[in-house]
Design a protein around this ligand. Sequence first.
Ligand code: XMP
Length: 517
Amino acid sequence: MQEKIIILDFGSQTTQLIGRRIRELNVYCEIVPYNKFPKDDDSVKGVILSGSPFSVYDQSAFRIDLSEIRGKYPILGICYGAQFISYSNGGKVESAGTREYGRAHLNTFAKDNVLFKGVREHTQVWMSHGDTITAIPDNFQIIASTDKVQIAAYQIKGEQVWGVQFHPEVYHSEDGTQLLKNFVVDVCGCHQSWSASSFVDTTVAELKEQVGNDRVILGLSGGVDSSVAAVLLHRAIGKNLTCIFVDHGLLRKDEFKNVLHDYEYLGLNVIGVDASEKFFKDLEGVTDPEKKRKIIGRDFVEVFNAEARKITDAKWLAQGTIYPDRIESLNITGKTIKSHHNVGGLPEEMHLQLCEPLKWLFKDEVRRVGRELGIPEHLIGRHPFPGPGLAVRILGDITREKVQILQEADDIFIRGLRDWKTTDASGKESSLYEQVWQAGVVLLPVQSVGVMGDERTYERAVALRAVTSTDAMTADWAHLPYEFLAKVSNDIINKVKGVNRVTYDISSKPPSTIEWE
Ligand code: XMP
């Protein structure tokens, strides 16, 4: 059985980070909404209560019945989690007057407390709260203080319950990972055995049990997530998996052909559907980005469903949904950050059940699993690519001609990134493609004057976009070498008919976004 830590999510922006840090310790964990503790799960080894945008004394604050977990599992409350445990046991929590944000130092802490094993003197921690615990119940004991915050951490005497008002999960808390390790390994007794290989073994066994001899349909996109989900399922159920790969005509140059070839090489049973005609027809004259997305989403579901219906004995629909996709739709504070095109679109009358084998994984973990499954590096190391494809990189209306121009320019840029290698300070060589998170070319709805030979030209302008990021939520423009940009610009203008100007996008996200539409 896969031992796990449960993180109860009270809505903090850093809840995901707690999960990441614990996974980095090779300990499996799941983030669940604060009120959805899995009661009958014997594999739970400990519980973490996250931060929250609320104050404990707010009318609408998220509350739980602590008696359901207290005494049964070790508990660590972080920020709001710590305040909640103290408050609901009779402690006092008040507005901090000045909000306590940013770095602080644990000037005193109980060195013999297991939570602080290996934590350095005066270690830096990161504070981010508007409330503070001003009094704790009698049976609580202060175990750390900073200059400003007397009750920076506490333990309930004689119990395995701790609270920390700072955020050990954020990078700026220097010994934060050590503290989390002390909790999950030393206190909860987790074995640090969670790895890509153990994930593959457990998941293949679970899928065999879940799906049995049923037939499963899976929509492939050419991206990492759906590819890894497909290979994982293929390992579990072999020929009972049928994959459908829809070409909307808005993929990169030769992508449909190349990716289909890769899938066949991997042994997958794939139906490739060229539906570009339908998409181009329905997109004719449409310029509004959201309309484009809606049409593409709708057409995609129609084409996919038409193919899926032919597989009359299918019982399951598998999807490559990963954890961050779901966290956004699960977000308990009710704010949708972005709608994701992967989720939804089930052919209802087929009564298919949903199978999402990667739903607990972060992106880098999906890649590790993919490598473990032997998927070739050029598929695993791929940049993310938006579901609506080049449609959101052609500003204005979409025509086949514009798609072709963009595909050519994009191909030059991407091949250039792959071919340009640099060496870092440690002597490690890597390509620019590997160094950036995502890259592509945008076709702008402007024409500009140029001169080629003796001729005046009046042609299109494109923008190159390359960003560094860890999760696409924030991104910086990639500082690509000037010589490289010069070469790509030259190549595009010389080789792509219809383009006479190349610009480089130097906007970060926020306030810009990665895509232009
Ligand atoms: P933005 O432009 O919001 O993009 O900074 C963040 C990430 O999401 C991708 N993206 C999409 N992916 N459907 C998708 O599947 C979409 O409609 C969509 N829009 C943006 C984008 O490529 C980047 O990786």
